[in-house]
Design a protein around this ligand. Structure first.
Ligand SMILES: Nc1ncnc2c1ncn2[C@@H]1O[C@H](COP(=O)(O)OP(=O)(O)OP(=O)(O)O)[C@@H](O)[C@H]1O
Ligand SMILES: [Mg+2]
Length: 470
Protein backbone atom coordinates (compact mmCIF):
# COMPACT_ATOMS: atom_id res chain seq x y z
CA UNK A 1 0.00 0.00 0.00
CA UNK A 2 1.93 2.95 -1.23
CA UNK A 3 -0.15 5.85 -0.07
CA UNK A 4 -3.04 6.31 2.28
CA UNK A 5 -5.08 8.72 0.26
CA UNK A 6 -8.01 10.25 2.00
CA UNK A 7 -7.59 8.55 5.37
CA UNK A 8 -9.26 10.72 7.98
CA UNK A 9 -7.46 10.90 11.28
CA UNK A 10 -8.59 12.20 14.66
CA UNK A 11 -6.47 12.61 17.76
CA UNK A 12 -8.09 13.01 21.17
CA UNK A 13 -5.87 14.18 24.01
CA UNK A 14 -6.01 16.92 26.61
CA UNK A 15 -2.33 17.68 26.08
CA UNK A 16 -1.80 20.03 23.22
CA UNK A 17 1.79 18.94 22.53
CA UNK A 18 0.68 15.35 22.01
CA UNK A 19 -2.11 16.43 19.69
CA UNK A 20 0.24 18.58 17.67
CA UNK A 21 2.81 15.82 17.42
CA UNK A 22 0.25 13.25 16.23
CA UNK A 23 -1.25 15.66 13.72
CA UNK A 24 2.17 16.46 12.27
CA UNK A 25 3.01 12.80 11.80
CA UNK A 26 -0.43 12.03 10.34
CA UNK A 27 -0.31 14.98 7.97
CA UNK A 28 3.12 13.85 6.84
CA UNK A 29 1.52 10.54 5.87
CA UNK A 30 -1.11 12.23 3.73
CA UNK A 31 -4.00 11.83 6.18
CA UNK A 32 -6.52 14.58 6.69
CA UNK A 33 -6.47 15.44 10.38
CA UNK A 34 -8.77 16.58 13.17
CA UNK A 35 -8.22 17.07 16.86
CA UNK A 36 -10.23 17.24 20.05
CA UNK A 37 -9.13 17.90 23.61
CA UNK A 38 -11.71 15.69 25.28
CA UNK A 39 -14.13 12.84 24.61
CA UNK A 40 -17.27 14.92 24.34
CA UNK A 41 -15.77 17.28 21.84
CA UNK A 42 -14.46 14.31 19.84
CA UNK A 43 -17.84 12.60 19.77
CA UNK A 44 -19.65 15.64 18.49
CA UNK A 45 -16.95 16.03 15.87
CA UNK A 46 -17.37 12.41 14.75
CA UNK A 47 -21.09 12.89 14.34
CA UNK A 48 -20.59 15.42 11.60
CA UNK A 49 -17.12 14.56 10.32
CA UNK A 50 -16.45 10.84 10.32
CA UNK A 51 -12.92 9.60 10.84
CA UNK A 52 -11.29 6.34 9.74
CA UNK A 53 -8.63 6.27 12.42
CA UNK A 54 -8.73 7.64 15.95
CA UNK A 55 -5.93 7.86 18.45
CA UNK A 56 -7.17 8.62 21.95
CA UNK A 57 -5.67 9.24 25.32
CA UNK A 58 -6.97 7.02 28.11
CA UNK A 59 -6.94 9.42 31.00
CA UNK A 60 -8.75 12.64 30.22
CA UNK A 61 -10.96 15.03 32.17
CA UNK A 62 -14.77 14.50 32.03
CA UNK A 63 -14.87 11.39 29.84
CA UNK A 64 -12.44 8.50 30.04
CA UNK A 65 -10.80 7.11 26.92
CA UNK A 66 -12.70 3.85 27.43
CA UNK A 67 -16.08 5.54 27.51
CA UNK A 68 -15.15 7.57 24.45
CA UNK A 69 -14.09 4.40 22.64
CA UNK A 70 -17.39 2.68 23.31
CA UNK A 71 -19.45 5.66 22.22
CA UNK A 72 -17.34 6.35 19.14
CA UNK A 73 -17.84 2.76 17.95
CA UNK A 74 -21.58 3.25 18.28
CA UNK A 75 -21.47 6.31 16.05
CA UNK A 76 -19.04 4.79 13.54
CA UNK A 77 -18.93 0.98 13.78
CA UNK A 78 -16.08 0.73 11.29
CA UNK A 79 -13.80 3.34 12.83
CA UNK A 80 -10.49 2.03 14.16
CA UNK A 81 -9.67 3.46 17.57
CA UNK A 82 -6.28 2.99 19.17
CA UNK A 83 -5.43 4.11 22.67
CA UNK A 84 -2.37 5.90 23.96
CA UNK A 85 -1.22 4.72 27.34
CA UNK A 86 0.50 7.18 29.57
CA UNK A 87 2.07 5.76 32.67
CA UNK A 88 2.21 2.09 31.89
CA UNK A 89 -1.57 1.70 32.37
CA UNK A 90 -1.47 -1.66 30.66
CA UNK A 91 -4.57 -3.04 32.40
CA UNK A 92 -6.70 -0.23 31.03
CA UNK A 93 -5.18 -0.76 27.60
CA UNK A 94 -6.11 -4.43 27.73
CA UNK A 95 -9.62 -3.44 28.75
CA UNK A 96 -9.72 -1.11 25.77
CA UNK A 97 -8.78 -3.95 23.45
CA UNK A 98 -11.66 -5.96 24.85
CA UNK A 99 -13.95 -3.07 24.01
CA UNK A 100 -12.81 -3.22 20.41
CA UNK A 101 -9.80 -0.95 20.35
CA UNK A 102 -7.45 -1.61 17.46
CA UNK A 103 -4.29 -1.64 19.59
CA UNK A 104 -2.45 0.50 22.09
CA UNK A 105 0.71 2.51 21.88
CA UNK A 106 2.79 3.81 24.76
CA UNK A 107 3.47 7.50 25.29
CA UNK A 108 5.87 9.19 24.86
CA UNK A 109 6.51 8.06 21.31
CA UNK A 110 10.16 7.41 21.09
CA UNK A 111 11.26 7.17 18.43
CA UNK A 112 8.63 9.01 16.43
CA UNK A 113 9.00 6.44 13.68
CA UNK A 114 7.17 4.03 15.97
CA UNK A 115 4.06 6.21 15.82
CA UNK A 116 4.35 6.47 12.06
CA UNK A 117 4.51 2.70 11.65
CA UNK A 118 1.63 2.29 14.05
CA UNK A 119 -0.56 4.66 12.04
CA UNK A 120 0.56 3.03 8.81
CA UNK A 121 -0.66 -0.35 10.05
CA UNK A 122 -3.99 1.14 11.06
CA UNK A 123 -4.40 2.73 7.64
CA UNK A 124 -3.61 -0.56 5.96
CA UNK A 125 -6.25 -2.30 7.97
CA UNK A 126 -8.79 0.33 6.94
CA UNK A 127 -7.89 -0.22 3.31
CA UNK A 128 -8.14 -3.98 3.59
CA UNK A 129 -11.55 -3.71 5.20
CA UNK A 130 -12.61 -1.28 2.51
CA UNK A 131 -11.47 -3.54 -0.28
CA UNK A 132 -13.47 -6.36 1.23
CA UNK A 133 -16.49 -4.12 1.64
CA UNK A 134 -16.13 -2.81 -1.85
CA UNK A 135 -16.47 -6.24 -3.38
CA UNK A 136 -19.38 -7.06 -1.15
CA UNK A 137 -21.26 -3.89 -1.84
CA UNK A 138 -20.84 -4.37 -5.54
CA UNK A 139 -22.41 -7.77 -5.22
CA UNK A 140 -25.39 -6.33 -3.43
CA UNK A 141 -26.14 -4.16 -6.39
CA UNK A 142 -26.44 -6.81 -9.07
CA UNK A 143 -26.23 -10.30 -7.80
CA UNK A 144 -28.51 -10.88 -4.88
CA UNK A 145 -31.29 -10.77 -7.39
CA UNK A 146 -30.51 -14.09 -9.02
CA UNK A 147 -27.76 -15.68 -6.95
CA UNK A 148 -25.36 -16.00 -9.84
CA UNK A 149 -22.14 -14.26 -8.96
CA UNK A 150 -19.82 -12.96 -11.63
CA UNK A 151 -18.91 -9.85 -13.57
CA UNK A 152 -16.72 -11.35 -16.27
CA UNK A 153 -18.06 -11.21 -19.86
CA UNK A 154 -18.55 -14.98 -19.91
CA UNK A 155 -20.88 -14.88 -16.93
CA UNK A 156 -22.58 -11.73 -18.15
CA UNK A 157 -23.37 -13.62 -21.37
CA UNK A 158 -24.91 -16.40 -19.30
CA UNK A 159 -27.06 -13.88 -17.42
CA UNK A 160 -28.24 -12.37 -20.68
CA UNK A 161 -29.16 -15.83 -21.97
CA UNK A 162 -31.14 -16.49 -18.80
CA UNK A 163 -33.08 -13.25 -19.24
CA UNK A 164 -33.85 -14.10 -22.82
CA UNK A 165 -34.97 -17.65 -22.07
CA UNK A 166 -36.81 -17.29 -18.81
CA UNK A 167 -40.25 -16.57 -20.27
CA UNK A 168 -40.05 -19.07 -23.13
CA UNK A 169 -40.60 -22.83 -23.42
CA UNK A 170 -37.51 -23.41 -25.56
CA UNK A 171 -35.47 -26.46 -24.60
CA UNK A 172 -32.11 -25.53 -23.12
CA UNK A 173 -28.95 -27.55 -22.86
CA UNK A 174 -26.50 -26.45 -20.19
CA UNK A 175 -22.96 -27.74 -20.50
CA UNK A 176 -20.08 -27.23 -18.15
CA UNK A 177 -17.63 -29.00 -15.90
CA UNK A 178 -18.73 -30.30 -12.55
CA UNK A 179 -19.51 -27.57 -10.05
CA UNK A 180 -19.76 -24.71 -12.57
CA UNK A 181 -23.34 -23.90 -11.63
CA UNK A 182 -25.45 -25.85 -14.13
CA UNK A 183 -28.26 -26.52 -11.71
CA UNK A 184 -28.11 -22.94 -10.43
CA UNK A 185 -28.60 -21.66 -13.97
CA UNK A 186 -31.43 -24.11 -14.67
CA UNK A 187 -33.22 -22.92 -11.54
CA UNK A 188 -32.64 -19.28 -12.44
CA UNK A 189 -34.23 -19.80 -15.87
CA UNK A 190 -37.29 -21.33 -14.27
CA UNK A 191 -37.68 -19.28 -11.11
CA UNK A 192 -36.95 -15.88 -12.59
CA UNK A 193 -39.44 -16.30 -15.39
CA UNK A 194 -43.16 -16.21 -15.85
CA UNK A 195 -43.45 -19.95 -15.13
CA UNK A 196 -41.94 -19.61 -11.67
CA UNK A 197 -45.15 -20.57 -9.90
CA UNK A 198 -45.34 -23.81 -11.90
CA UNK A 199 -43.47 -26.95 -10.84
CA UNK A 200 -39.71 -27.36 -11.25
CA UNK A 201 -38.74 -31.02 -11.14
CA UNK A 202 -35.07 -31.96 -11.03
CA UNK A 203 -34.07 -35.47 -12.12
CA UNK A 204 -30.55 -36.75 -11.74
CA UNK A 205 -30.34 -39.14 -14.68
CA UNK A 206 -26.99 -40.39 -13.43
CA UNK A 207 -28.34 -41.71 -10.17
CA UNK A 208 -31.52 -43.40 -11.41
CA UNK A 209 -31.49 -47.19 -11.44
CA UNK A 210 -31.55 -48.05 -15.20
CA UNK A 211 -34.43 -50.51 -14.90
CA UNK A 212 -36.54 -47.94 -13.08
CA UNK A 213 -35.83 -44.86 -15.17
CA UNK A 214 -38.79 -45.28 -17.45
CA UNK A 215 -41.30 -45.73 -14.66
CA UNK A 216 -39.77 -42.86 -12.71
CA UNK A 217 -40.01 -40.50 -15.65
CA UNK A 218 -43.29 -41.56 -17.18
CA UNK A 219 -45.11 -43.38 -14.38
CA UNK A 220 -46.59 -46.86 -14.34
CA UNK A 221 -49.87 -48.68 -14.35
CA UNK A 222 -51.02 -50.91 -11.48
CA UNK A 223 -49.61 -54.40 -12.09
CA UNK A 224 -47.13 -53.20 -14.72
CA UNK A 225 -44.42 -55.07 -12.85
CA UNK A 226 -44.00 -56.96 -9.62
CA UNK A 227 -44.57 -54.57 -6.78
CA UNK A 228 -46.63 -52.10 -8.80
CA UNK A 229 -49.57 -52.34 -6.44
CA UNK A 230 -51.21 -49.20 -7.73
CA UNK A 231 -50.60 -46.89 -10.63
CA UNK A 232 -48.35 -43.93 -10.17
CA UNK A 233 -47.68 -40.89 -12.29
CA UNK A 234 -44.15 -40.05 -13.36
CA UNK A 235 -41.91 -37.04 -13.00
CA UNK A 236 -42.91 -35.66 -16.39
CA UNK A 237 -46.49 -35.46 -15.22
CA UNK A 238 -45.39 -33.84 -11.96
CA UNK A 239 -43.64 -31.18 -14.02
CA UNK A 240 -46.71 -30.53 -16.19
CA UNK A 241 -47.00 -26.83 -16.94
CA UNK A 242 -43.51 -26.17 -15.62
CA UNK A 243 -39.95 -27.34 -16.11
CA UNK A 244 -38.21 -30.67 -15.93
CA UNK A 245 -34.49 -30.45 -15.30
CA UNK A 246 -32.73 -33.52 -16.69
CA UNK A 247 -29.38 -33.38 -14.96
CA UNK A 248 -26.47 -35.50 -16.24
CA UNK A 249 -28.44 -36.36 -19.35
CA UNK A 250 -25.30 -37.89 -20.85
CA UNK A 251 -25.74 -40.77 -18.40
CA UNK A 252 -29.10 -41.82 -19.80
CA UNK A 253 -29.01 -45.29 -21.42
CA UNK A 254 -29.51 -45.27 -25.21
CA UNK A 255 -32.81 -47.09 -24.98
CA UNK A 256 -34.18 -44.45 -22.63
CA UNK A 257 -32.91 -41.72 -24.88
CA UNK A 258 -35.20 -43.05 -27.64
CA UNK A 259 -38.17 -42.98 -25.31
CA UNK A 260 -37.36 -39.52 -24.10
CA UNK A 261 -37.08 -38.27 -27.65
CA UNK A 262 -40.54 -39.59 -28.43
CA UNK A 263 -42.00 -37.81 -25.41
CA UNK A 264 -40.38 -34.56 -26.44
CA UNK A 265 -41.68 -34.86 -29.99
CA UNK A 266 -45.17 -36.00 -29.18
CA UNK A 267 -45.58 -34.05 -25.96
CA UNK A 268 -47.29 -36.97 -24.32
CA UNK A 269 -46.26 -39.79 -22.01
CA UNK A 270 -47.36 -43.37 -21.80
CA UNK A 271 -46.89 -44.87 -18.34
CA UNK A 272 -45.24 -48.28 -18.18
CA UNK A 273 -47.85 -51.01 -18.66
CA UNK A 274 -50.51 -48.62 -19.87
CA UNK A 275 -52.09 -48.11 -23.26
CA UNK A 276 -53.23 -44.67 -22.37
CA UNK A 277 -51.25 -41.55 -23.25
CA UNK A 278 -51.26 -38.34 -21.26
CA UNK A 279 -50.55 -34.91 -22.68
CA UNK A 280 -47.69 -33.17 -20.95
CA UNK A 281 -46.62 -29.60 -21.42
CA UNK A 282 -43.12 -29.60 -20.03
CA UNK A 283 -40.20 -27.36 -20.69
CA UNK A 284 -37.00 -29.37 -20.76
CA UNK A 285 -33.71 -28.08 -19.44
CA UNK A 286 -30.95 -30.65 -19.72
CA UNK A 287 -27.44 -30.48 -18.28
CA UNK A 288 -24.30 -32.44 -18.82
CA UNK A 289 -20.62 -32.30 -18.04
CA UNK A 290 -19.86 -34.49 -21.04
CA UNK A 291 -19.34 -33.20 -24.54
CA UNK A 292 -22.48 -34.56 -26.17
CA UNK A 293 -21.11 -34.00 -29.63
CA UNK A 294 -18.24 -36.33 -28.84
CA UNK A 295 -20.73 -38.70 -27.24
CA UNK A 296 -23.01 -38.93 -30.26
CA UNK A 297 -20.08 -39.29 -32.64
CA UNK A 298 -18.89 -42.18 -30.49
CA UNK A 299 -22.38 -43.71 -30.61
CA UNK A 300 -23.08 -43.24 -26.93
CA UNK A 301 -25.70 -40.56 -27.37
CA UNK A 302 -28.51 -40.35 -29.91
CA UNK A 303 -27.83 -37.73 -32.47
CA UNK A 304 -31.52 -36.93 -32.94
CA UNK A 305 -31.99 -36.39 -29.22
CA UNK A 306 -28.89 -34.23 -29.13
CA UNK A 307 -30.30 -31.96 -31.83
CA UNK A 308 -33.67 -31.90 -30.12
CA UNK A 309 -32.10 -30.69 -26.86
CA UNK A 310 -29.44 -28.49 -28.36
CA UNK A 311 -31.82 -25.74 -29.51
CA UNK A 312 -30.13 -23.32 -27.18
CA UNK A 313 -26.90 -24.22 -25.43
CA UNK A 314 -25.50 -22.38 -22.44
CA UNK A 315 -21.83 -23.08 -21.87
CA UNK A 316 -20.67 -22.42 -18.34
CA UNK A 317 -17.03 -21.43 -18.08
CA UNK A 318 -14.72 -23.26 -15.72
CA UNK A 319 -13.75 -21.14 -12.75
CA UNK A 320 -10.13 -20.94 -13.94
CA UNK A 321 -11.41 -19.27 -17.11
CA UNK A 322 -12.95 -16.46 -15.11
CA UNK A 323 -10.56 -15.95 -12.26
CA UNK A 324 -11.40 -12.32 -11.74
CA UNK A 325 -14.81 -13.43 -10.40
CA UNK A 326 -13.08 -15.30 -7.58
CA UNK A 327 -12.95 -12.42 -5.05
CA UNK A 328 -16.64 -11.75 -5.47
CA UNK A 329 -17.51 -15.42 -5.14
CA UNK A 330 -15.32 -15.66 -2.05
CA UNK A 331 -17.23 -12.86 -0.35
CA UNK A 332 -20.53 -14.22 -1.51
CA UNK A 333 -19.84 -17.55 0.16
CA UNK A 334 -18.37 -15.95 3.28
CA UNK A 335 -21.57 -13.96 3.62
CA UNK A 336 -23.69 -17.01 3.06
CA UNK A 337 -21.85 -19.29 5.44
CA UNK A 338 -20.43 -16.73 7.86
CA UNK A 339 -23.50 -16.53 10.09
CA UNK A 340 -23.69 -12.78 9.83
CA UNK A 341 -20.08 -12.10 10.82
CA UNK A 342 -18.04 -9.85 8.58
CA UNK A 343 -15.18 -12.10 7.55
CA UNK A 344 -12.19 -10.68 5.73
CA UNK A 345 -9.64 -12.35 3.55
CA UNK A 346 -5.98 -11.40 3.64
CA UNK A 347 -4.30 -10.45 0.42
CA UNK A 348 -2.01 -13.45 0.68
CA UNK A 349 -4.94 -15.85 1.01
CA UNK A 350 -6.77 -14.15 -1.85
CA UNK A 351 -3.68 -14.58 -3.98
CA UNK A 352 -3.73 -18.34 -3.38
CA UNK A 353 -7.41 -18.44 -4.24
CA UNK A 354 -6.82 -16.50 -7.43
CA UNK A 355 -4.00 -18.74 -8.60
CA UNK A 356 -5.39 -22.17 -7.83
CA UNK A 357 -6.64 -24.33 -10.72
CA UNK A 358 -10.09 -25.17 -9.25
CA UNK A 359 -10.79 -28.58 -10.81
CA UNK A 360 -14.02 -28.67 -8.76
CA UNK A 361 -14.94 -25.15 -9.85
CA UNK A 362 -17.37 -23.03 -7.85
CA UNK A 363 -18.48 -25.91 -5.67
CA UNK A 364 -14.88 -26.49 -4.58
CA UNK A 365 -14.50 -22.80 -3.81
CA UNK A 366 -17.70 -22.83 -1.78
CA UNK A 367 -16.50 -25.84 0.18
CA UNK A 368 -13.14 -24.18 0.83
CA UNK A 369 -14.87 -21.10 2.25
CA UNK A 370 -17.19 -23.15 4.43
CA UNK A 371 -14.21 -25.04 5.76
CA UNK A 372 -12.23 -21.86 6.42
CA UNK A 373 -15.11 -20.42 8.42
CA UNK A 374 -15.59 -23.62 10.37
CA UNK A 375 -11.90 -24.06 11.22
CA UNK A 376 -10.72 -20.47 11.47
CA UNK A 377 -10.82 -18.84 14.85
CA UNK A 378 -10.83 -15.21 13.81
CA UNK A 379 -12.70 -12.99 11.44
CA UNK A 380 -9.76 -12.94 9.10
CA UNK A 381 -9.09 -15.78 6.69
CA UNK A 382 -5.42 -16.28 6.02
CA UNK A 383 -3.45 -18.79 3.94
CA UNK A 384 -3.34 -21.27 6.83
CA UNK A 385 -7.14 -21.45 6.86
CA UNK A 386 -7.26 -22.74 3.29
CA UNK A 387 -7.20 -26.44 2.34
CA UNK A 388 -3.57 -27.59 1.87
CA UNK A 389 -4.02 -28.13 -1.88
CA UNK A 390 -4.98 -24.50 -2.32
CA UNK A 391 -2.57 -23.03 0.23
CA UNK A 392 0.50 -24.86 -1.02
CA UNK A 393 1.03 -23.72 -4.56
CA UNK A 394 4.12 -24.74 -6.47
CA UNK A 395 7.16 -22.57 -5.61
CA UNK A 396 7.06 -20.74 -8.93
CA UNK A 397 3.79 -19.12 -8.07
CA UNK A 398 4.46 -18.47 -4.41
CA UNK A 399 7.54 -16.39 -5.14
CA UNK A 400 5.95 -13.11 -4.19
CA UNK A 401 7.10 -10.48 -1.74
CA UNK A 402 6.91 -11.91 1.78
CA UNK A 403 3.66 -11.17 3.49
CA UNK A 404 4.19 -10.96 7.20
CA UNK A 405 0.88 -9.90 8.56
CA UNK A 406 -2.79 -10.10 7.86
CA UNK A 407 -2.77 -6.43 7.03
CA UNK A 408 -0.05 -6.65 4.43
CA UNK A 409 0.13 -5.08 0.98
CA UNK A 410 -2.96 -5.36 -1.12
CA UNK A 411 -2.86 -7.87 -3.93
CA UNK A 412 -2.38 -6.44 -7.38
CA UNK A 413 -5.02 -8.81 -8.67
CA UNK A 414 -7.56 -7.28 -6.37
CA UNK A 415 -6.52 -3.83 -7.39
CA UNK A 416 -6.81 -4.69 -11.06
CA UNK A 417 -10.32 -5.96 -10.56
CA UNK A 418 -11.25 -2.96 -8.53
CA UNK A 419 -9.79 -0.56 -11.04
CA UNK A 420 -11.51 -2.32 -13.95
CA UNK A 421 -14.84 -2.29 -12.14
CA UNK A 422 -14.68 1.39 -11.33
CA UNK A 423 -13.57 2.23 -14.84
CA UNK A 424 -16.41 0.26 -16.37
CA UNK A 425 -19.00 1.90 -14.14
CA UNK A 426 -17.49 5.29 -14.78
CA UNK A 427 -17.77 4.80 -18.49
CA UNK A 428 -21.38 3.69 -18.17
CA UNK A 429 -22.35 6.82 -16.29
CA UNK A 430 -20.25 9.16 -18.40
CA UNK A 431 -18.10 10.16 -15.47
CA UNK A 432 -20.98 11.23 -13.24
CA UNK A 433 -19.61 10.64 -9.78
CA UNK A 434 -22.97 10.70 -8.05
CA UNK A 435 -24.28 7.98 -10.33
CA UNK A 436 -21.06 6.02 -10.12
CA UNK A 437 -21.18 6.11 -6.36
CA UNK A 438 -24.76 4.84 -6.36
CA UNK A 439 -24.00 2.05 -8.80
CA UNK A 440 -20.94 0.97 -6.93
CA UNK A 441 -22.75 1.28 -3.62
CA UNK A 442 -19.83 2.92 -1.89
CA UNK A 443 -19.46 6.03 0.19
CA UNK A 444 -18.47 9.35 -1.22
CA UNK A 445 -15.15 9.26 0.60
CA UNK A 446 -14.37 5.75 -0.61
CA UNK A 447 -15.13 6.65 -4.19
CA UNK A 448 -13.02 9.77 -3.96
CA UNK A 449 -10.14 7.79 -2.53
CA UNK A 450 -10.36 5.07 -5.17
CA UNK A 451 -10.57 7.56 -8.03
CA UNK A 452 -7.47 9.28 -6.84
CA UNK A 453 -5.65 6.05 -6.29
CA UNK A 454 -6.38 4.70 -9.75
CA UNK A 455 -6.25 8.07 -11.43
CA UNK A 456 -9.74 7.65 -12.81
CA UNK A 457 -12.04 10.52 -13.60
CA UNK A 458 -9.36 13.10 -14.25
CA UNK A 459 -9.34 11.98 -17.86
CA UNK A 460 -13.12 12.19 -18.20
CA UNK A 461 -14.54 15.41 -19.65
CA UNK A 462 -15.67 17.50 -16.73
CA UNK A 463 -19.20 18.83 -16.82
CA UNK A 464 -21.16 20.54 -14.10
CA UNK A 465 -22.60 17.26 -12.88
CA UNK A 466 -19.29 15.45 -12.78
CA UNK A 467 -18.02 18.10 -10.41
CA UNK A 468 -20.53 17.10 -7.80
CA UNK A 469 -19.49 14.43 -5.41
CA UNK A 470 -22.48 14.24 -3.09
N1 LIG B 1 -21.88 -18.23 -10.46
C1 LIG B 1 -22.18 -18.68 -9.26
N2 LIG B 1 -22.48 -17.83 -8.28
C2 LIG B 1 -22.78 -18.28 -7.05
N3 LIG B 1 -22.80 -19.55 -6.69
C3 LIG B 1 -22.52 -20.46 -7.63
C4 LIG B 1 -22.19 -20.08 -8.97
N4 LIG B 1 -21.97 -21.19 -9.68
C5 LIG B 1 -22.14 -22.22 -8.83
N5 LIG B 1 -22.47 -21.80 -7.61
C6 LIG B 1 -22.70 -22.64 -6.43
O1 LIG B 1 -21.81 -23.73 -6.51
C7 LIG B 1 -22.43 -24.94 -6.13
C8 LIG B 1 -22.41 -25.90 -7.31
O2 LIG B 1 -23.29 -25.44 -8.33
P1 LIG B 1 -24.24 -26.44 -9.14
O3 LIG B 1 -24.74 -27.53 -8.29
O4 LIG B 1 -25.25 -25.62 -9.86
O5 LIG B 1 -23.15 -26.99 -10.15
P2 LIG B 1 -23.28 -28.12 -11.25
O6 LIG B 1 -22.66 -27.58 -12.48
O7 LIG B 1 -24.71 -28.58 -11.32
O8 LIG B 1 -22.34 -29.23 -10.67
P3 LIG B 1 -22.36 -30.85 -10.93
O9 LIG B 1 -21.97 -31.05 -12.36
O10 LIG B 1 -21.32 -31.33 -9.99
O11 LIG B 1 -23.73 -31.30 -10.62
C9 LIG B 1 -23.83 -24.58 -5.69
O12 LIG B 1 -23.85 -24.40 -4.29
C10 LIG B 1 -24.09 -23.26 -6.39
O13 LIG B 1 -25.00 -22.48 -5.68
MG1 LIG C 1 -25.47 -30.51 -10.85
Amino acid sequence: MSEALGIRFLVVDDEETIRRLCMTVAEGMGFSTMQASNGEEALSLLETQPADIVLTDLVMPRMSGLEFLERAKKILPRVEVAVMTGHGSIETAVQAMKLGAYDYIAKPFAPLEELRLFLRRMAEKIELVEENHFLRERMDAEIRLHGIVGATPKIQDVLRMISRLKDTRTPVLIVGESGTGKELVARAIHFRGSYAARPFVAVDCGSLVPSLIESELFGYEKGAFTGALRSKSGLFQSAHGGTIFLDEIGELPLEMQAKLLRVLQEKEVRPVGSNERFKVDVRVIAATNRDLEVEYRAGRFRKDLYFRLDVVTIRLPALRERRSDIPMLVHWFLDRHGKGAFVQVTSAAMKCLLEYEWPGNVRELENAMERAIALGDSHVIDVSDLPPSIASLPPSVTLTPPVNSAMAVSSTDLEDIERATIERVFEQVNGDKVMARKMLGISRATLYRKLKRYNIGSRTPVSASTQRLQ
